[in-house]
Design a protein around this ligand. Structure first.
Ligand SMILES: NCc1[nH]cc(CCC(=O)O)c1CC(=O)O
Length: 299
């Protein structure tokens, strides 16, 4: 089977892990096929080139043209809307979904005015809520490039996903892992997605060998929150769900860009009603003023 993957170290590592798990589970060999996406080439900020979907579209094109059989994405990079002709065949068991502060000091030990790099509005808003005295520096590029800015002395710290740091072998750079109370992760963070053409039900069934139903339900709840809020709110959104037994616990927050205010709510539902739980929580957030937060603190 030909697996389409982005070429970064993080992408090829996570694709290699999925390939090994699939071979183990199904006996089929898997060949990695590197694909360059617009998100890897462009130096522009993500918001200016169409959001994280730019990482995904080139891989989907290769699926639809038959050049590759399936693709592995970071789930948080998938747009929330449906994709014509594409099936979400598996969501493997998720890694640590939390964000991590990289550098030499914990957040509380950084001096006032310390320079912290991140390009994510969600991380910026939550950092401002925790430490309004820091200087937040917008950055892009792969995790390696960002970490190098600390070594170069250009930045004091950067915020990155723990799961990605683990995949590229950089956990030694982590000074602090943020509890989700302090920094709510992006919907789907730490999880992977296997996509293939929806007109190939045999392949969909084969790839399901590495699906984890609990993770799938959790990320469905998180992404439904995002999908509902995208209609009425452009403020940063965090969401995190955990399935234990027959309960799904979901927390979501909408944070003003300057971190001055946030609306945060939790709900419990059944894993087989993950989308309903996510939708209800998003509507409750909107009812508590989430949409009004969207313009607040913009500068
Ligand atoms: N948008 C880039 C991206 N997509 C997925 C991850 C991390 C790994 C993951 O969430 O599975 C990252 C980098 C980061 O946010 O640190």
């Amino acid at each position: 089977m030909r697996l389409g993957t982005r070429r970064s170290l993080m992408a090829t590592t996570q694709s290699g892990l999925v390939a090994d798990a699939l071979t183990q589970a199904t006996g089929h060999g898997v060949e990695l096929v590197g694909v360059t996406t617009e998100g890897d080439v462009s130096k522009a900020l993500l918001a200016q080139i169409g959001g994280t979907g730019v990482f995904v579209n080139a891989l989907r094109d290769r699926l639809l043209s038959g050049e590759v059989d399936f693709a592995v994405h970071s789930l948080k990079d998938l747009p929330t809307g449906p994709a014509e002709g594409i099936a979400l065949a598996a969501v493997p068991r998720r890694d640590d979904p939390r964000d991590a502060l990289c550098g030499t000091r914990k957040l509380a030990d950084l001096p006032a005015g310390a320079r912290v790099g991140t390009g994510s509005p969600r991380r910026v808003a939550q950092l401002r809520a925790l430490r309004p005295d820091l200087e937040i520096v917008p950055i892009r590029g792969n995790a390696d490039t960002r970490l190098r800015k600390i070594a170069d002395g250009e930045l004091d710290a950067v915020v990155l996903a723990h799961a990605g740091l683990r995949r590229i072998g950089r956990l030694d750079d982590v000074a602090e892992v943020f509890e989700t109370d302090a920094m709510l992760p992006a919907p789907g963070q730490g999880a992977l997605a296997l996509e293939c053409r929806s007109d190939d039900p045999e392949l969909v069934a084969l790839l399901a060998a590495v699906d984890d139903p609990g993770t799938r339900a959790a990320v469905l709840a998180e992404r439904t929150v995002l999908a509902v809020l995208e209609g009425g709110c452009s403020a940063p959104v965090g969401a995190h769900a955990v399935v234990s037994g027959d309960e799904l616990h979901l927390t979501a927050a909408v944070v003003a860009h300057d971190g001055s205010r946030q609306v945060r709510l939790s709900a419990t539902g059944r894993p087989d009603e993950a989308a309903e739980t996510g939708r209800a929580l998003a509507e409750a957030l909107l009812g508590r003023g989430a949409a009004e937060l969207m313009g607040e603190g913009d500068s």
